[in-house]
Design a binder for this molecule. Structure first.
Ligand code: ADP
Ligand code: ASP
Ligand code: MG
Length: 401
């Protein structure tokens, strides 16, 4: 008997009728004879609403309490789906992250899955039940509820599929992976298949259709993934390992992210230990840094810039304050209106000239950039948010995305 993990996102379970429609889809799959695990997000914008309620009370709610609050969203959707399935005559059981054996470690609001004890899930499946698991949550070594970072239901789903050694289907409000987010560039082309490697870069650089760690786990454990519309109307996109030589385009996709802020630490006394200390402090607090640049030394001082996610701004500011104890003259500058544009493609390994084309686009359209970073299969630029839409359109045109 085959097992499948199906994940439905927030929009797909955004109301009672939608939950009933999902129940029908799940039941159809069960009728085919498959064992079905369903992972759900919270209904619609529930998580955002929960966070803003907390923020109405406190500008800095503790992350532990935020986790406790946010995790309630998924409990509502899983119970309702299970009730809908029972009502249709199917045996179903709703499980919180903890009940599904999801053990996490790390910081509250961005915990990582350490292990999943899937015995219980397997037993329920063997009893013929449809197992409905709350996405986005787990429990840490202290017995506290944790969440996995925004969009983390994808991670729950792929991690469960990895443990159950089965396929993972991600159902959402878009009918597959596009070369550019169709909300930003509506004429973007849909991809039939994308490699794990490219999807990983695209996701980490802003293609919010898949959560980055979900793709990471998928790649590590070779979980076949399929992203499609929750109504199942159109064929979606497969994410898997595939033959690079079949690919002729240099660029597969363009990712856009407004989620970063750029921090500049001015007047740092120049020696490598000082620079190392800044990044060690950030690493200790689990702050993920992406782009880094440094000016040439002048009068023994350098300015160091890096990008971090806006959700880590409070931690970054706290660290910067402690740095002032060591470096009295430093000044911190934070730019929030920046957008990161990244072109991604395994074709870049064999084709050159992508960077040159990008620089020409920026020059021809008078778009300034602040930082550039490259890897083997991507080039990222930070630009002012006001220039982003123009840049997206010109880059998409140039690379036929
Ligand atoms: P869910 O709630 O189902 O997890 P998300 O909002 O997290 O849904 O992800 C779906 C959204 O991802 C789409 O509505 C789309 O705007 C966005 N998206 C970003 N980049 C891409 C891309 N390259 N291809 C398809 N969708 C993308
Ligand atoms: N409900 C959570 C969020 O909004 C997790 C998810 O949707 O994947 O981030
Ligand atoms: Mg999502």
């Amino acid at each position: 008997m085959k097992t499948v993990v199906q994940k439905y996102g927030g929009t797909s379970v955004g109301g009672i009728e939608k939950i009933q429609a999902v129940a029908k889809r799940v039941a159809e799959r069960k009728n085919k004879g498959d064992q079905v695990v369903v992972v759900l997000s919270a209904m619609g914008k529930t998580t955002d609403k929960l966070i803003s309620m907390a923020k109405e009370i406190s500008a800095t709610p503790t992350r532990r309490e935020l986790d406790m609050l946010m995790s309630t969203g998924e409990q509502v959707s899983i119970s309702l789906l299970s009730i809908a399935l029972n009502e249709m005559g199917y045996e179903s059981i709703a499980l919180t992250g903890f009940q599904a054996g999801i053990e996490t470690q790390g910081y509250h609001t961005k915990a990582k899955i350490q292990n999943i004890d899937v015995e219980k899930v397997k037993n329920y499946l063997n009893d013929g039940k449809i197992v409905v698991v709350a996405g986005f949550q787990g429990m840490n070594e202290n017995g506290d509820i944790t969440t996995l970072g925004r969009g983390g239901s994808d991670t729950t789903a792929v991690a469960l599929a990895a443990k159950l050694e089965c396929v993972c289907e991600i159902y959402t409000d878009v009918d597959g992976i596009y070369a550019v987010d169709p909300r930003l560039f509506p004429t973007a082309k849909k991809l039939d298949v994308i490699s794990y490697e490219e999807m990983l870069e695209m996701a980490s650089l802003g293609a919010g259709v898949m959560e980055t760690r979900a793709v990471e786990i998928g790649q590590k454990f070779g979980v076949p993934m399929y992203v499609a519309l929750s109504s199942g109307k159109w064929p979606g996109t497969y994410i898997k390992e595939f033959d690079v030589t079949m690919e002729s385009k240099a660029i597969t996709g363009l990712s856009v992210s407004d989620k970063d802020l750029m921090v500049t630490v001015n007047h740092v006394p120049y020696n490598s230990q000082n620079i190392s200390m800044i990044f060690q402090e950030l690493a200790k607090k689990d702050v993920n840094i992406d782009m880094i640049s440094q000016t040439a030394p002048s009068h023994g001082m350098v300015n160091v810039s890096f990008t971090a996610t806006k959700t880590d701004e409070d931690i970054v500011l706290e660290i910067m304050e402690t740095l002032k104890e060591n470096f009295k003259d430093i000044e911190i500058d934070i730019e929030r209106d920046i957008t990161k544009l990244s072109v991604v493609g395994i074709g870049m390994r064999s084709q050159s000239g992508v960077a040159a084309k990008m620089f020409k686009i920026f020059a021809d359209h008078n778009i300034g950039f602040k930082q550039v970073t490259t890897s083997e299969i991507r080039i990222s630029y930070t630009i002012a948010t006001k220039d982003a839409q123009r840049a997206i359109e010109e880059v998409a045109k140039e690379f036929d995305l």
